[in-house]
Design a protein around this ligand. Sequence first.
Ligand SMILES: C[S@@+](CC[C@H](N)C(=O)[O-])C[C@H]1O[C@@H](n2cnc3c(N)ncnc32)[C@H](O)[C@@H]1O
Length: 212
Amino acid sequence: MAGLSRRQLARTLESVDDFSDPAVELEQYLTPPELAAHVLHLASLHGDLERRVIDLGTGTGMFAIGASIAGADRVVGIDVDLDALALARENARAVDRGGDRVRDVDWILGDVTRHPFATAGATAISNPPFGAQRGNRHADRTFLETASAIADVSYTVHNEGSQAFVESFAADKGGDVTHAFRAEFPIDRRFEFHTADRETLEAEVFRIEWDR
Ligand SMILES: C[S@@+](CC[C@H](N)C(=O)[O-])C[C@H]1O[C@@H](n2cnc3c(N)ncnc32)[C@H](O)[C@@H]1O
């Protein structure tokens, strides 16, 4: 992984700034650096960072920046929120200034659910909105739809209890879930409905190879 251990990558990603004014309707949560480093380490071991890497709903830029540091040289970060993209850009600059080289990342304003970009053979990485607070269970489905349309391989983070849904979605599209694991997802209090200063969710992460 470009000479970096998973631990070193996680440590660097700890410097990625969180959203200053997160939008509840966009479910703007920072992906925990440990989790991002875990996913990117796995992607690196599988050679998945050698393809174009597309971070769907890039937010703070966590996955896009991490992919670049880990050696990917074609990275795209897409988000529907202009402020998030400005933050991602600034985070990329700050990490680069800190000594970990962040290559040129293309930051694109766009709606992932409409995927206004034509690409194929990519690696998609995403921590999509879960839909949990809107009573809109499986809001992550539309992000998975896009991943299945544009990527050879995807890594997606979901909330607990998603495995059956993800496996059946992948099977319907001729995809194969090759890896599934759980990871802690600590969330600091950020929205009115949060009652604790910090809550830890159990997230589920899936690597899917899409049939082409
Ligand atoms: C859970 S956050 C993940 C953020 C990112 N992985 C990080 O660590 O900062 C979900 C992100 O998806 C973005 N988003 C939500 N709906 C979107 C859509 N339809 N198209 C593109 N981005 C979207 C939000 O703005 C937010 O940045």
